[in-house]
Design a binder for this molecule. Structure first.
Ligand SMILES: [Zn+2]
Length: 117
């Protein structure tokens, strides 16, 4: 095979036969979270983060310009039914206080954050 190239047809056949072979339960890391996952605790450099971010922004995002169908929206809604949103006081604090630069006297996390400084 040295110096020769596989034909596009052959490459397409291989691509098709591999499709999904590493997805879902077939992936050796399927269902492994936290310390179980081999990438747990991995720190990515700011340069790599910027690169990864760049690759997923705007038109390069697979969901760019798409909106979920009524069917999909109904499914997502049903899956969330009964779950309090935000999922925790901590999440609410991050979303409504930290991210917006707001400090609330009634919020335990705002009080904790202030007392640390
Ligand atoms: Zn808060």
């Amino acid at each position: 095979m040295w110096g020769r190239k596989h034909s596009d047809e052959q490459k397409a056949r291989w691509s098709e036969s591999r499709r999904g072979s590493n997805a879902g339960a077939a992936n050796p890391n399927h269902g492994r979270f936290g310390p179980e996952h081999p990438a747990f605790g991995r720190v990515v450099s700011p340069e790599t983060r910027a690169l990864l971010s760049e690759q997923k922004m705007g038109e390069k995002n697979p969901n760019f310009g798409k909106s979920a169908s009524a069917d999909t929206r109904a499914k997502m809604s049903a899956a969330r039914k009964g779950k309090p949103m935000p999922s925790s006081r901590r999440s609410a604090h991050t979303r409504h206080h930290t991210n917006k630069g707001v400090v609330s006297d009634a919020c335990q996390y705002c009080i904790d954050d202030n007392s640390e400084e």
